[in-house]
Design a protein around this ligand. Structure first.
Ligand SMILES: [Zn+2]
Ligand SMILES: [Zn+2]
Ligand SMILES: [Zn+2]
Ligand SMILES: [Zn+2]
Ligand SMILES: [Zn+2]
Length: 301
């Protein structure tokens, strides 16, 4: 395996560069800003992004956001979200808010999400693919004359046809009014609808109020069975092994015991993340003691 070695301070330089890219995107036209230009740019855009961020999602008639649009999400025009206008000094008053494509020559007037079927473009009822249609308003087919505008009956995972969904562009206040998550305020370019750890998952898998929502307490508290995901089964084990560790007089301290109770302010991802981190910490602790083997390494003696 190849190893990447960095000179002293190298990792920090890489982090700095990635941070620069997340903030500047392609706005430097391919030529790195000087430190002065970068500061000037930040002074201009950061307040705008913190105050006037627009959230973009592809919404089902059921109200679920089946897709949260992020910087790399493709538009019907085949360009990415980050290539559209996303920074506003003043939020537009009219609705819907149109986010035109900034690629020169592109006819796209407003960002418009179109789902993929796996990795393939979906088909219109005229039988031609999404990308064979014009990105100009009306979305007519470039290949045939019988198409009256792109219209796909492709069924989304939510059970509704693609044509029944809308690309929705909304402000933080508009989103909050609907009880949808808004994440934290970030200075980065074209963050769009991404608001958390699970934002890239499809709506029917996303356990927050922009997706299918949190499962009921009964589901979360149900005993783990052989049918469950290995991740959950692994999480179940420590209760017995930590008890034994403690009985051995090899106490790792109560603080490192798994806390399987959900804290009231925690969302699901945070809950699973915390339990996972606790398990890792506990395994590390038991390894250091040199005795108590991992649950999976238990062998009859
Ligand atoms: Zn475009
Ligand atoms: Zn576009
Ligand atoms: Zn068509
Ligand atoms: Zn066609
Ligand atoms: Zn859907």
């Amino acid at each position: 395996m190849e190893r990447l070695t960095l000179p002293p301070g190298g990792a920090a330089a890489v982090d700095e560069y990635l941070e620069y890219r997340r903030i500047v995107g392609d706005d430097d036209g391919g030529k790195l800003f000087t430190p002065e230009e970068y500061e000037e740019y930040k002074r201009k855009v950061v307040p705008m992004r913190l105050q006037n961020r627009l959230f973009v999602s592809w919404r089902s008639p059921t109200g679920m956001d089946c897709k949260l649009v992020g910087p790399e999400t493709l538009c019907f025009c085949t360009h990415r979200y980050k290539q559209h206008k996303t920074d506003f000094e003043v939020l537009p008053q009219q609705r819907p808010i149109d986010l035109p494509c900034r690629v020169s020559g592109c006819l796209c007037r407003a960002y418009h999400y179109v789902p993929l079927n796996g990795t393939q473009p979906i088909r219109c009822r005229c039988k031609h693919l999404a990308d064979q249609h014009s990105a100009a308003p009306g979305f007519t087919c470039n290949t045939c004359s019988k198409c009256s505008g792109f219209h796909s009956c492709y069924t989304c995972a939510c059970g509704q046809p693609a044509y029944a969904h809308d690309t929705v562009v909304e402000t933080k206040q508009e989103r909050l009014a609907q009880g949808k998550p808004v994440g934290r305020d970030v200075p980065y370019a074209a963050v769009g609808g991404l608001t958390g750890f699970s934002s890239l998952a499809e709506g029917y898998m996303r356990l927050d109020d922009s997706g299918i929502g949190a499962p009921s307490v009964e589901v979360l508290d149900a005993p783990v069975t052989a049918m469950d995901h290995p991740f959950l089964k692994a999480l179940r084990e420590p209760s017995s092994s930590s008890a034994r560790t403690l009985a051995d007089g090899n106490a790792v301290g109560t603080s490192s015991q798994m806390s399987s109770l959900r804290r009231p302010e925690e969302d699901d991802m945070a809950f699973f993340e915390r339990r996972y981190q606790e398990r890792i910490k506990m395994e590390k602790a038991s390894k250091q003691k040199g005795k108590a083997p991992l649950p999976s390494a238990t062998k009859p003696s």
